[in-house]
Design a protein around this ligand. Sequence first.
Ligand code: SF4
Ligand code: FES
Length: 217
Amino acid sequence: MSAKKPFEYPGNEVNVQWDGRLCIHIGECGRAEGELFVGGRKPWCNPDLASQDEVVDVVQRCPTGALTYQFKDAQLNEQAAEQNTITVTYNGPFFFHGDLQITGAPETSRGLAFRAALCRCGHSKHKPFCDNSHEAAGFKDSGAVGEAGQALTDQGGPLQVKPTNNGPLVVTGNVTIRSGSGREAWTGTRAVLCRCGASGNKPFCDGSHARIGFNDA
Ligand code: SF4
Ligand code: FES
């Protein structure tokens, strides 16, 4: 991870922060149209060159929580989505989106309250967060989800995400799991998700972490 604390890009009405500890260079920000982010420019981000709607739109596309914004008018600041979702990405991490309460998340990483990419290959050096180590490790998983779970009466509310000691992620709260293809595949209020990379029942834990001696250090 490059930066030790978030970079701040001040604007007249809104500041944008970029947290290099969380960025996995997916590039959603760089591909967005407009002048908010321009690669090679200094500063890379200039909130005064975009409308407020553009700032909100582009920042909220960042799936890792690396980007956040803070308006001078606090009422305009990001609110949790009405649906909590976890996307099981193809050969990659879990993307969490919603009203997130991730155990151990640094307070300075404000975006993690809404968006996060969590390691599921077992190789990140920044666990529980993804650092793109799945690529070097050659992690392979299609993101298919076989089980359907239980029907939900509500889609949102606090979602607690607890990385257990040398074991799975325990997720508690209303949540919908999307497969790698984007299908809403599973719903329920408690999911135990593999983060060692070895489960034979991904995305769920099947106890394989004990067999392989998974160490989350
Ligand atoms: S969208 Fe987020 S994770 Fe992707 S490159 Fe931009 S800051 Fe990094
Ligand atoms: S964390 Fe991977 S099988 Fe339990």
